[in-house]
Design a protein around this ligand. Structure first.
Ligand SMILES: Nc1ncnc2c1ncn2[C@@H]1O[C@H](COP(=O)(O)OP(=O)(O)OP(=O)(O)O)[C@@H](O)[C@H]1O
Ligand SMILES: [Mg+2]
Length: 246
């Protein structure tokens, strides 16, 4: 993946097994978010392949990829101004719905049923992250930690098979981070596959099945948390960066 003359990601190849929590770590600018952006269809790589459930998804548009069962959160939280928390979750589910605009406007029985389903799924996702008691609140007024949870709920409400999390613990306090670990663990137990970008090394080492390490757009290591902790290449890549707290 190039941006003008800058090669943001090259020589990165990894596989994520069904139900696995796979972490992507690496110093700032390593190319982690760019990898997620390619998987979710925001960027189209110049070369390479991305296979999801045996099907090539490289270059497909984000809504097609979302419909295939991939959902994500963003490193920089995106909030729709003027929407309640529940509405913010419902908006994301439109990728899944089949009823067309005319029947929505005419409020046909099909459209009404579909809307009830959307509300139900959104509510369930909010319950899962512990935010259902705040569903009527303006999303913009949530504290940062809860905005991150809302983003996860928004992704979950689309019922993905693969969840992409870009620095979900950024801006969370210690208690919220522990809750997040618990939540991701529960998702994993339910069979969800997760690709997780994280700078919080304790979190990464606790919950990941496997870790891929990127540096300057290349994958420099892959392995279990124990293997990665002791890898000299990984330690060298991180030396001098202030975000390394392992
Ligand atoms: N849309 C873009 N246009 C131009 N350059 C970009 C774009 N997106 C990313 N880059 C560049 O690509 C490189 C990789 O960026 P990326 O955001 O993927 O890093 P990252 O590993 O997610 O870093 P961080 O830990 O800081 O979030 C950086 O040099 C970045 O400046
Ligand atoms: Mg990033």
């Amino acid at each position: 993946m190039k941006f003008g003359g800058l090669v943001a990601v090259s020589n990165v190849s990894f596989q994520v097994a069904d139900g696995e929590i796979h972490a992507l770590i690496g110093p700032n600018g390593a190319g982690k978010t760019t990898v997620l952006n390619m998987i979710s269809g925001l960027y189209r790589p110049g070369k390479g392949s991305i296979i999801f459930n045996g099907q090539s998804i490289v270059g497909r548009s984000p809504h097609v990829i979302a419909r295939l069962g991939i959902a994500r959160t963003f490193q920089n939280i995106r909030i729709f101004e003027g929407l309640s928390i529940l509405e913010s979750i419902m908006v994301a589910q439109q990728v899944r719905t089949s009823v067309n605009l005319i029947s929505t406007l005419l409020k046909t029985p099909g459209a009404r049923q579909e809307e009830r389903d959307i509300v139900k799924k959104a509510t369930r996702a909010l319950e899962f992250v512990g935010l259902s008691h705040r569903k009527e609140m303006d999303a913009i007024n949530l504290p940062c930690g809860q905005k991150r949870l809302m983003e996860i709920a928004r992704a979950l409400a689309t019922e993905p098979k693969l969840l992409l999390l870009d620095e979900p613990s950024a801006g969370l306090n210690e208690k919220e981070t522990l809750d997040l670990v618990e939540l991701i663990g529960q998702l994993s137990k339910q069979g969800m596959t997760v690709i997780l970008i994280e700078h919080n090394m304790r979190l990464v080492m606790n919950i990941s099945d496997r870790i891929s390490v990127l540096d300057h757009g290349d994958k420099i290591a892959e392995g279990t948390p124990t293997e990665i902790q002791d890898n000299p290449k990984v330690i060298a890549a991180y030396l001098g960066t202030e975000k390394y707290h392992a």
